[in-house]
Design a protein around this ligand. Sequence first.
Ligand code: LLP
Length: 430
Amino acid sequence: METSLWSKVVQRALDRGILSETTPKVFIYHLDKLQNTWKQLFDAFPPKTLHTFALKACPVKGVLSLAFSYGFGAECASIGEVYLAKSFGCPSERIVFDSPVKTMKDLKLALDDEIYINADNFQELEKIQQLLRENEEELCNKQVRVGLRINPQIGSGLIQETSTASAQSKFGVPLKEKLEEIVECFQRYSFLKGIHVHVGSQGCTWELLEQGIRAGVDLLVQLRERFPERLQTLDIGGGLSADYDGVSQGASFEEYVSRLERVAPELFDSSLQLITEFGRRLCAKAGIFVSRVEYTKQSGNRNIVLCHIGADNFLRPVYLPKNWKHRILVLDKQGGNKLLDGREYPMIEQDIAGPLCFSGDIFATGRLLPRCEPGDWLVVLDSGAYTLSMYSRHTSQWVSAVYGFHENSNEPFQLLKKEESPEELIRFWS
Ligand code: LLP
């Protein structure tokens, strides 16, 4: 079902010249699927919740401006993302600035704009204090809102590289060792108004998510007893996994909320501002990456398919080859699914290789797929999150265009981001 939907999208892209021999790679988001997912999130949580969109998952203008007009705020992991969020339509009061490494200049810009800051550590709190002292006149009428990120130290889940809550994680203040100092900080810095806990991303188990959030709630309850007026905000991060194999059903937002209601009912106290920071679950399943097969070759006993799916636009399978396996469809020149169209294509094991100049630039190894030929189209499913946003400039490939697709429309394609031009590439390196 999902497969035939995406084949249809590619066929329409071919008909309209969005994909061609001269435009051999493109990202496509299914806009109706995106918005259905967002609706499920907004319906599941109480209406007062601030849902921020983790920009690092997909910083594409066309997607973000749609999200901001839908009601999302922005979770920004750098001051660059703060600029993007503002210029794509997110009001400052809905921005959460989360970078683990912030300069004085970054913090000053955020304070000037009254942006909610999640401080990563005690040194950062001291930097903020210093800025407030040194710029007292300028900042005295501003609303200063700062939360402290804690690391609940509960374990690393299924994938170490995307976990942020192991005992030795680089993120946040280690809760178990520093509880007393955390309480002292709330005493010392009256601008501290909340707690932030983000347990990790793909690979977080239920137990981990629940334990992490429970630890944040326990701390909040404890601090609220001491500072009843001040503790207003709990930011529970993102971290719901997506189903990349197309089999395991990821939990719904509704299920997530009902589990939270059981393990941490305090979250839904009306005096609390609850913040979420989902990324992957907002867009992963709604996007595909499509690449033309340029060449096929045999080398030793390997069948190699050379295409545009490289570590430039698809880093994850290269740096985490064991933990992620994206589904791939093979379509013929007209967009017919080689598995389904009734003709006989031999299934053979093929390595999908990208255009970069190192041997490790392999998207999939020994993947059993219908035999590919030059001119075929490879469709990588579930590519909507953490793909384009992790773009690498190695060998200066063009950054592809991004289109949005509306299922029931005469004008089904909408340009969400232009393909990079030679001038833009030259400017990047100048
Ligand atoms: N909040 C914070 C502070 C984060 O660090 C992240 C993700 C999120 C929210 C959003 O988490 P999500 O709901 O998307 O799981 N490079 C990896 C992804 C790393 C995610 C990092 N932080 C990948 O290739 O999938």
